[in-house]
Design a binder for this molecule. Structure first.
Ligand code: BGC
Length: 750
């Protein structure tokens, strides 16, 4: 490939120090602690070009100046590249990833990523630290907010759509950027939901649940990957050669750049993997090409290249020549990455101000549509949509909020541009609106304090809880409809924001209960960054929408749903816990031996203090309703028997809109394998189709069942995985969510 030739030719002319310099990525504005290779020999800068609402003011001019300095100081004129966290939009902030995944609309997902890429590229960014494709099954983990949810198939489709959106066909083409799949891997399997904690899991789970979204992103062309902070089965990922050089570059065929997470290399020492020199050698050997922020590559590699390293304690021995070879390997990957980005040809790509930013108004409209499609209608006892008139009491700690509604990881968005929920509802001219706070967003003063890391985002009302509650109840009594907006602050979810109890705080629960008592029809809107246990709220509400943190146009998108200007079509990308202690959780649980027929009911898998009346789970994965009514006919199969690897069965289901509004239905196909070599998940999502249905319309949806949908991994060790399938009986489940399905049994013969 000519690009690689260019990178190879460059490498051949570089000194050792120049090569080592390329392997480092520093935050913009920060000088080097080491001073070793000098600012002008770095590989990349983080947060260089943006005007972040949180991280201070920078500009295209400062990024350009940085590039000019780098080129002037680099003997061979090697440019920097600029990277940033563009997690759910850049200036135009879209709904949180966990929310966007609830749209199940991959065209929309791709469109938001493409818009974000165009904004980022216009400000000189070349790489974005997204998509985050960690399957997340523990609502305590704050980074659930950044994840596409609990299911590997949905996460894989999301990974591909985001990658296509960011990169198009070529990350160097105008308005595109390099995607970076993160965090490799099993970061979401963290113990007890604590951020940065390690993951211990069956290799089968790694292959079936956590790796597929990375494989999908790589197949979609992603040119970079970020390592995860956690250990996987005892080996921290920044030193995990078998997974990075082995699976990622070997089995998955990834040919791009692997970057460390923030100070991830030096954190290996705290993980107990050795001295700074030892961990640098281990990380480089494992396949980490670039050291983000830590400067440990800069500090340690010159001596390692001279003297090599032998450490019985770490089981490590690298001769000097071997270290040099590894430096060359990593450097070639950095240079190839720059070549793919077009930077070796045009170091000022994106920095000359000639790439126009896309129209912010179009972005806003897209963000509003995305917010409406990401919110999930969970219940509607004939209340919604509301007529845009009458006396509405709008209650809750988030009704006038901007800073929290934008959601975590919105580093370049400006929450001041958000139209509040109050203003979005008041925009309906015939509505008479009364607002009332009702409760604080968090109950404990010290907790509010802890959340205010980026300014006063969480405030407390000096009137106290009783006065707020009384005012809200009076407002609800005087209204024809009460809408209450409850949930979480933005800093409650995201990085380093794990919680013990993922539930609506007590004062907000009390508020909803008191409002329900008034008898005024009650619409509950939940704005949050994670799936929260709702307790009795679902029963108390007449209508319930899980709206997440919806980004720059979140409140407007939700108001569109409330008044029927948009049709609800969101489906949960994660199951909602019944209780804050019911974690981790997901729909695809494996069966156990209990309850055993004839035994006392007590001896079963479950919780003694979980009320059976709450089961089955009201809001499982895939769940969501619309304003119309949808009926599924009994599914038909082309044959009940198939044979061999090339066998095929078609499953056909007729889906009818029996209501009087147009709607979008997401038809979901799950498969289970009741008898196998090992215990298999109760069911797994294998395909889905979103279809638009006019009132009275029926459409037939066909799924093609292939052997590929029946296989699963057997992996006694990481390096001995086999994909197998077991001839015999399989069950195909079709329906509107992971629970309410109709089943057809088929036999697949060898
Ligand atoms: C996070 C990454 C992020 C990086 C750079 C880290 O703390 O884990 O997801 O991309 O910081 O901001």
């Amino acid at each position: 490939m000519p690009l690689l030739d260019a990178a190879g030719a460059l490498l051949a002319r570089m000194t050792l120090d120049e090569k080592i310099g390329q392997l480092n990525l520093l935050a913009a504005g920060e000088g080097l602690a080491t001073g070793a290779a000098g600012e002008t020999q770095l590989g990349a800068r983080l947060d260089a070009g943006s005007v972040g609402a949180i991280f201070g003011t920078k500009s295209l001019a400062s990024a350009r100046a940085m590039q000019e300095r780098a080129l002037a100081g680099s003997r061979l004129g090697i440019p920097l590249f600029f990277a940033e966290d563009v997690i759910h939009g850049h200036r135009t902030v879209f709904p949180l990833p966990i929310a966007l995944a609830c749209s199940w609309n991959m065209d929309l997902v791709e469109e938001t990523a493409a818009f974000a890429a165009a904004e980022a590229a216009s400000e000189g960014l070349h790489q974005v630290y997204a998509p985050m494709v960690d399957v997340a099954r523990d609502p305590r983990w704050g980074r659930v907010a950044e994840s596409p949810g609990e299911d590997p198939l949905l996460a894989s489709r999301y990974a591909a759509a985001m990658t296509h959106g960011f990169q198009g066909r070529d990350p160097a083409s105008p308005g595109r950027v390099a995607a970076c799949l993160k965090h490799f891997v099993a970061y979401g399997a963290t113990q007890s939901g604590r951020d940065y904690d390690n993951a211990s899991l069956a290799w089968e789970d790694l292959f079936e649940v956590y790796l597929p979204p990375f494989a999908a992103g790589i197949a979609a062309g992603a040119v970079s990957v970020m390592a995860a902070f956690n250990a996987v089965n005892k080996l921290p990922m920044h030193a995990h050669g078998p997974l990075i050089e082995g699976w990622l570059r070997g089995a998955a065929g990834f040919g791009g750049l692997v970057v460390s997470d923030y100070t991830g290399v030096q954190e290996l020492t705290a993980h107990g993997l050795g001295t700074p020199a030892e961990v640098v050698a281990r990380a480089l050997h494992a396949g980490i090409d670039m050291d983000m922020v830590g400067e440990d590559f800069l500090r340690e590699l010159p001596a390692l290249a001279k003297g090599g390293i032998t450490s019985a304690e770490c089981g490590l021995s690298l001769a000097p020549g071997e270290v040099e070879r590894l430096i060359d390997r990593a450097c070639l990957r950095v240079l190839s990455f720059k070549a793919w980005l077009g930077l070796l040809d045009d170091p000022f790509r994106g920095l000359d101000g000639r790439q126009p930013a896309p129209d912010r108004k179009l972005g806003h409209a897209l963000a509003r549509k995305a917010a409406a499609e990401s919110a999930v209608l969970l219940k509607n006892a004939g209340v919604l949509p509301l007529a845009p008139k009458g006396r509405i009491a709008l209650i809750g700690p988030l009704v006038e909020d901007r800073l929290n509604m934008i959601g975590t990881w919105s580093v370049s968005g400006d929450a001041r541009n958000i139209v509040t929920l109050r203003d979005a509802i008041a925009a309906r001219p015939d509505v008479t609106l009364t607002t009332s706070r009702g409760a604080d967003i968090v109950d404990l003063p010290w907790f509010a304090q802890r959340l205010n890391v980026h300014g006063e985002t969480v405030t407390r009302d000096p009137r106290g809880s009783e006065a707020m509650l009384a005012e809200a109840v009076a407002a609800a009594r005087a209204a024809e409809i009460a809408i209450v907006a409850i949930g979480e602050a933005r800093e409650q979810a995201g990085e380093s924001s794990s919680v013990l109890a993922p539930e609506i705080p007590a004062s907000q629960r009390r508020l909803v209960a008191a409002l329900a008592e008034t008898g005024t029809p009650l619409v509950v809107l939940v704005f949050a960054g994670r799936p929260l246990a709702l307790g009795p709220i679902a029963d108390q509400a007449d209508a319930l929408i899980y709206a997440w943190h919806g980004g720059i146009a979140g409140p407007e998108g939700v108001a569109d749903l409330v008044f029927g200007d948009a049709e609800p079509s969101g489906r949960l990308s994660v199951s909602l816990p019944l209780h804050p202690g019911e974690v981790p959780l997901h729909y695809s649980v494996e069966p156990t031996g209990r309850p055993f027929p004839g035994q006392f009911a007590k001896f079963r898998t479950g919780w003694l203090d979980l009320d059976d009346a709450l089961l089955p789970r009201p809001f499982p994965f895939g769940f969501g309703i619309g304003y119309s009514a949808v009926r599924y006919a009994p599914p038909q199969v082309s044959s009940r028997v198939a044979q061999g690897e090339d066998g095929r069965i078609e499953l056909l289901v007729a889906v009818s809109n029996t209501g009087d509004r147009q709607t979008v239905e997401t038809v979901q196909l799950y498969i289970s394998d009741p008898v196998a070599r090992i215990t298999r998940p109760g069911r797994l999502l294998k395909d889905f189709r979103r279809i638009a249905l006019a009132p009275g319309e029926t459409r037939e949806v066909t799924f093609e069942i292939t052997v590929g949908m029946l296989t699963y991994p057997i992996a006694p060790a990481l390096d001995s995985v086999t994909e197998v399938w077991d001839p015999g009986c399989f069950q195909l489940h079709v329906g509107p969510n992971s629970r309410d399905t109709q089943t057809v049994e088929i036999t697949w013969q060898a």
